[in-house]
Design a protein around this ligand. Structure first.
Ligand code: KG4
Ligand code: ZN
Length: 351
């Protein structure tokens, strides 16, 4: 089975062809990606209108490039997948409309992929992970712990009551004048600095549930940013990374306990989403997993940040189960993985 996947929900336009034939395992046959970082950099954040226009301008070329690299034509494909949400709606519409048009013209099934499921299922493409597993999803808009029991079967254990962890990186970077995108900039600065010299809060540490909170940390970074000189920015970034590593590891410990209550022999923790590219965070997660007899699966960094292969793969998983979509599918700006999850309440904060 071969599926073309298109990703346009945020600030990368990406396409890839993935082959899922057994017993050779899954393979990425060809991929192409265009990041819009330069276009958004002057604004130090993503401007939705610029993003949508850029996706529209480039998506056809990237699809052609991915298929060229894969050495396949439409006749060699079994389906066409696109991110159907959640995300910036203008961009999602561009990807969905392109995929629908190609599916219609070439008589192929269309698959609308939940972007978060794309991140969540990537470890099955890269490491052939079986269900069930515990998932830490850390991206620009989401911070969640979920039990994954099937392609479309997610139970949310925890979420953020305010900001996502990626926002903590991005907003801190902005306050510290490190530019956009923030996560990689903070990581680079932190690598030059020494952690420990700053008094930063560790929100939610030790709480009995699996939720997260990052807005207090952001406020603390702002206060420190106003007080320090340029020569201390690297050290502050190193401290920020350390604190994030500690709280995320603590929340994962709680989630591992809950996961084990439900699946006593479960032993896999998967980390996914753009922030999973962060090496300090990966180190903390490795330690936590090892301490708790779990194995950590962390896909290569370029498959943690947004890409086309994750959408092609998730589409392929849906196609195998016959879960195709109609051409009247409506793009979804919001699309929770676990629609039944109760709302999370923080320390006086409602989410
Ligand atoms: O998954 P993703 O590419 O897009 C969304 O779906 O949101 O995640 C983007 C987020 C941004 O907040 C970005 O700053 C963060 O991932 N990120 C990182 C790193 N690389 C990307 N955060 C920390 N360290 C990194 N190396
Ligand atoms: Zn993403």
């Amino acid at each position: 089975m071969r599926v073309l996947g298109i990703e346009t929900s945020c600030d990368e336009t990406a396409a890839a062809v993935v082959d899922g034939d057994r017993p050779t395992g899954a393979r990425i046959l060809g991929e192409a990606i265009l990041s819009q970082h330069e276009e958004h950099r002057p604004y130090q954040g993503i401007v939705p209108e610029i993003a949508a226009r850029s996706h529209l301008q480039h998506v056809d070329r990237l699809v052609a490039e991915a298929m060229d690299k894969a050495g396949v034509g439409f006749a060699d494909l079994d389906g066409i997948a696109a991110t159907g949400g959640p995300g910036l709606i203008g961009g999602v519409i561009v990807g969905v409309m392109s995929a629908k048009a190609m599916a219609l013209v070439h008589g192929l099934p269309f698959l609308a992929v939940n972007h978060l499921a794309g991140h969540a299922l990537t470890a099955r493409l890269t490491d052939d992970v079986n269900f069930p597993y515990l998932l830490l999803l850390v991206s620009g808009g989401h911070t969640q712990l979920l039990i994954v029991e099937g392609v479309d079967d997610f139970t949310r254990l925890g979420t953020t009551v305010d900001d996502a962890v990626g926002e903590a990186f991005d907003k801190s970077a902005k306050m510290l004048g490190l530019g956009y995108p923030g996560g990689p900039a903070v990581e680079a600065a932190a690598a030059r600095g020494t952690p420990g010299g700053f008094d930063l809060p560790r929100p939610m540490l030790g709480r009995p549930d699996c939720h997260f909170s990052f807005s207090g940390l952001k406020t603390a970074v702002r206060r420190q940013a106003e007080a320090i000189g340029e020569d201390q920015v690297d050290d502050l970034c190193a401290s920020l990374e350390q604190v994030i590593g500690e709280v995320v590891a603590d929340r994962c410990q709680k989630a591992i306990d809950e996961f084990r209550d439900r699946h006593p022999t479960g032993n896999t923790l998967v980390v996914a989403g753009g922030v999973a590219a962060n090496r300090t965070l990966r180190r903390y997660l490795h330690e936590t997993a090892a301490d708790m007899d779990m194995r950590l699966i962390a896909p290569p960094p370029k498959l943690c940040t947004d890409n086309g292969a994750m959408i092609a793969w998730a589409g392929l998983e849906l196609l195998r189960l016959g879960l195709t979509d109609e051409l009247d599918f409506k793009p979804r700006p919001r699309w929770p993985l676990d629609p039944d999850a109760p709302p999370a309440h923080g320390a006086g904060v409602k989410a």
